[in-house]
Design a protein around this ligand. Structure first.
Ligand code: PLP
Length: 282
């Protein structure tokens, strides 16, 4: 496997990484996860736009333009002869420097990116997933896709220990998002989701979900819902690059409607597959 690194494209085994590194020591960096279907990137532009927004938000200079980033990632796919379903993981940090909190002087960002196989979660996409609500203990700037994922890690772990696929995060009863996804509630033919404020990550699939809702002539309402609204929901679903548009059929002890993926969620899943040019169920 070939990795994009500071020194260009290198074989994964040849890649070394310094331990005095700001991503490792402070989580002082940002990242992206881009979905690949049969080796082709989905929502590339949206991910690169968000990478640059995250970089600006933490005052990090990326060593490439958006166009160069696109070309580098395309080259990465080519060098790996990527033809399967997978992801690109890309991260950029404030570089390698002796440990001190304030920004180091003239230190270039560390950037690396690699590809990894990741089959579609076809079973859960078909039958639906369960989720568990938890308190959102994160900071105020969750719109930045930062490397600081400890609250997300702990929430996901607790969910999985309770047999759930995802943790639904809530602040004062208001649902913000999932530990690694955006969350939506369907009620009376309208889709509700937390507004794209600083309190949530503005998902690339979320942008598409809004468009698909428009295609279906359905209201997409950026208005937060509460944990108490969930048991009365007609449908619930989540979205992310790795989970696509996934039905949620159970939250805590409440089954959602009849416990099967709802018809609106299934229509959105269909539009997603069309949009991503998915031609196969593997
Ligand atoms: N919210 C959080 C906290 C995430 O980590 C993610 C992605 O992993 C998302 C939302 C969904 O973002 P996207 O649709 O760009 O994958």
């Amino acid at each position: 496997p070939i990795t994009l690194s500071q020194t260009g494209f290198v074989h994964r085994d040849e890649l070394t990484y310094p331990f005095e590194e700001r991503g490792l020591q402070f989580g002082d960096g940002i990242y992206e996860v881009i979905r690949l279907y049969e080796g082709t990137g989905y929502l590339f532009t949206e991910h690169i736009d968000r990478l640059f927004r995250s970089a600006a938000a933490i005052r990090l200079d990326l060593p490439f333009s958006k166009e160069q980033a696109m070309n580098l990632l395309t080259e990465l796919l080519k060098r790996n002869e990527m033809t399967s379903d997978g992801i690109i993981y890309l991260q950029a940090t404030r570089g390698s420097a002796p440990r001190t909190h304030a920004f180091p002087g003239d230190v270039p960002a560390n950037v690396y990116a690699y590809v990894q196989d990741m089959p579609r979660k076809t079973e859960k996409l078909t039958t639906g997933a369960s989720a568990m609500t938890q308190r959102d203990t994160r900071w105020e700037n969750c719109y930045i896709k930062s490397l600081n994922l400890l609250p997300n890690v702990l929430a996901k772990q607790a969910a999985q220990e309770n047999g759930c696929y995802e943790a639904i995060l809530q602040k004062d009863g208001i649902v913000t998002e999932g530990s690694s996804s955006n969350i939506y509630l369907v009620k009376n033919g309208a889709i509700y989701t937390h507004p794209a404020t600083k309190s949530i990550l503005h998902g690339c699939v979320r942008i598409r979900a809004e468009k698909f809702a428009g295609d279906l002539g359905m209201p997409f309402i950026e208005k937060a819902f509460t944990v108490d609204d969930i048991p009365d929901a007609d449908e619930l679903f989540l979205s992310s690059s790795t989970s696509e548009i996934m039905p949620v059929i159970k939250v805590d002890s409440s089954q959602i409607a009849d416990g099967k993926p709802g018809s609106i969620t299934r229509k959105l899943q269909y539009l997603y597959e069309q949009d991503a040019a998915i031609t196969h169920m593997n």
